[in-house]
Design a protein around this ligand. Structure first.
Ligand code: MG
Length: 159
C-alpha cells in the first residue's frame, strides 16, 4: 500500500461583506473575506494538502489568479479538481483534518455542515473528514480579526 500525506495552509484577509464562505458553507458575518475566488480559506488549504500529497503543486499552479476565468470562482471547483487528480492516480482520500484559525465567526455551530459539505465535494464518507477550529488567543493577525487562517492535512492511500 502506498500512503501519502500532504499539508496545506492558507490565509485570507477580511474586507467589506456580510458573510464568509468557509469549507463550502455560507456563514453570516459582518465582514467578508477578500480573494480572487470566493476566498474559502478552508477549501483552499485542503486542496493544497491534497496537491501536496500528490507532489502536484498547489492551487495557484492549477488555477492561476492571473486568469480572469477564476475570478469569483466557488472553491469547491478547486477541491474537486484536487480530489480528481488523486483519483486519476489511483489514490483515495483516507482522511483529512482541517483547522480554521479565527476569533470570529464561531465555527462550532457550523462544523457539522462543513464536514458534510467537504465530504460531499470529495465524494467520501463524512467520518473521513474533520473540521475544527481554534482561536489564536487574540494574538497576531487572526487575533486582531484581520483575517482567517486555515491548516489542513490530507492522507491519501493507494492499495
Ligand atoms: Mg486562498
Amino acid at each position: 500500500m502506498d500512503v501519502r500525506v500532504g499539508n496545506g495552509f492558507d490565509v485570507h484577509r477580511f474586507g467589506p461583506g456580510d458573510h464568509v464562505m468557509l469549507c463550502g458553507v455560507r456563514v453570516a458575518h459582518p465582514r467578508g473575506l477578500q480573494g480572487h475566488s470566493d476566498a474559502d480559506v478552508g477549501l483552499h488549504a485542503l486542496a493544497d494538502a491534497i496537491y501536496g500529497a500528490l507532489g502536484d503543486g498547489d492551487i495557484g499552479r492549477h488555477f492561476p489568479p492571473s486568469e480572469p476565468e477564476w475570478k469569483g470562482a466557488e472553491s469547491h471547483v478547486f477541491l474537486s479538481h484536487a480530489g480528481a487528480r488523486a483519483g486519476a492516480r489511483g489514490y483515495k482520500l483516507s482522511n483529512c483534518d482541517l483547522t480554521l484559525i479565527c476569533e470570529a465567526p464561531k465555527i462550532g455551530p457550523h462544523a457539522g455542515a462543513m464536514q458534510a459539505r467537504v465530504a460531499e465535494i470529495l465524494g467520501i464518507a463524512a467520518d473521513r473528514v474533520s473540521v475544527k477550529a481554534t482561536t489564536s488567543e487574540r494574538l497576531g493577525f487572526t487575533g486582531r480579526e484581520e483575517g482567517i487562517a486555515a491548516l489542513a492535512t490530507a492522507c491519501l492511500v493507494r492499495p
